[in-house]
Design a binder for this molecule. Structure first.
Ligand code: SF4
Ligand code: SF4
Length: 297
């Protein structure tokens, strides 16, 4: 079984309990305007170019003159001509050109995962599927999770919730913890921010809750967009109403997605304000004073 991933992160302590290995699966049905991992939206690998690293050796111009061009004495890419063969990447000795995302197998992933097994066992950690949206490559995600379960490894999945209910039904027994994103309660704003309606997402959340899934709600906080009092109240209310939700994790906006989008030739992202410590503390106070729960490991 093969699939496409854009990274494996070892020794993560931020995506579920204990020490974890995060597998980033390519492909996402949403297009959040603040996306932190825009290079994970495409299901297929992307060509990354970092102009600051380029030493102008000319090698890629020779290999692929229809994409690598000079314009006003600057190295530009005509990405519309790129066939994503990544031959130019092989010629670049300074890593100014890189392939983001690659095909791999479940066996190769498990080799990487099993190297850290003793750390999972000593810390209560395990494997977290992330992305992108892992459910986009459902069969691949399911196969990795089955292997983890066969090896007695704790599993978590970060999800935007936008996938078929049938797939959630099938994957439920293989997942110890869902890190379930709630971005925006208002359907119109949700569509504006992510490109998709939130009805399916809330249906799936209800389905998981009614089937006793272990859920942590993740709230990406983007000042001026989804930090409205109504949205915070709604997310807080979910933890009040559903004792099965372990708690809320605030995921404050950061600007790293902007440079990743530029490198890979994706739509330029608007830069938003990064939430201050004071703003985050204020949100936590509001959640807790309204009877909501923050996630505590
Ligand atoms: S990935 Fe292939 S087609 Fe695209 S620029 Fe590089 S050599 Fe050319
Ligand atoms: S091969 Fe790399 S260093 Fe050479 S011109 Fe191309 S991007 Fe720049």
């Amino acid at each position: 079984m093969t699939g496409t991933i854009f990274g494996i992160q070892h020794f993560s302590v931020q995506d579920g309990a204990g020490i974890r290995t995060n597998i980033f699966l390519s492909g996402c049905p949403l297009k959040c305007i603040w996306c932190h991992n825009p290079e994970g939206i495409s299901k297929t690998p992307l060509l990354s170019f970092v102009a600051d690293k380029c030493v102008d050796c000319g090698a890629c111009f020779t290999v692929c003159p229809t994409v690598h061009i000079r314009e006003n004495n600057e190295h530009k890419l005509k990405r519309e001509n790129c066939k994503r063969c990544f031959d130019c990447v092989k010629t670049c000795t300074v890593n100014a050109l890189e392939q983001v995302g690659y095909k791999t197998t479940v066996d190769e992933i498990m080799d990487a995962v099993l190297r850290d097994k003793r750390y999972y066992d000593s810390s209560g950690g395990g494997v977290t599927l992330s992305g992108g949206e892992p459910m986009v490559q459902f069969e691949f995600a399911e196969a990795i999770l089955k292997e983890c379960k066969a090896k007695n490894i704790n599993t978590a999945m970060e999800t935007c919730g936008y996938a078929s209910k049938e797939h959630f039904r099938q994957i439920l027994p293989l997942i110890d913890t869902f890190l379930f994103d709630i971005k925006e309660s208002d359907p119109v704003l949700h569509k504006k921010f992510t490109g998709k309606d939130n009805e399916l997402i809330f249906d799936n959340l209800e389905f998981l809750l009614s089937n006793d899934a272990n859920i942590i709600l993740r709230y990406p906080v983007i000042p001026g967009l989804n930090d409205r009092a109504e949205n915070l109240d709604f997310i807080t209310g979910l933890t009040v109403k559903h004792p099965g939700i372990s708690g809320i994790e605030l995921m404050p906006y950061h600007k790293l997605g902007t440079s990743k989008a530029m490198r890979t030739g994706l739509t330029e992202q608007t830069v938003y304000n990064v939430p201050t410590d004071e703003m985050k503390e204020d949100m936590v106070k509001k959640i807790e004073s309204a009877g909501g729960r923050m996630m505590k490991y």
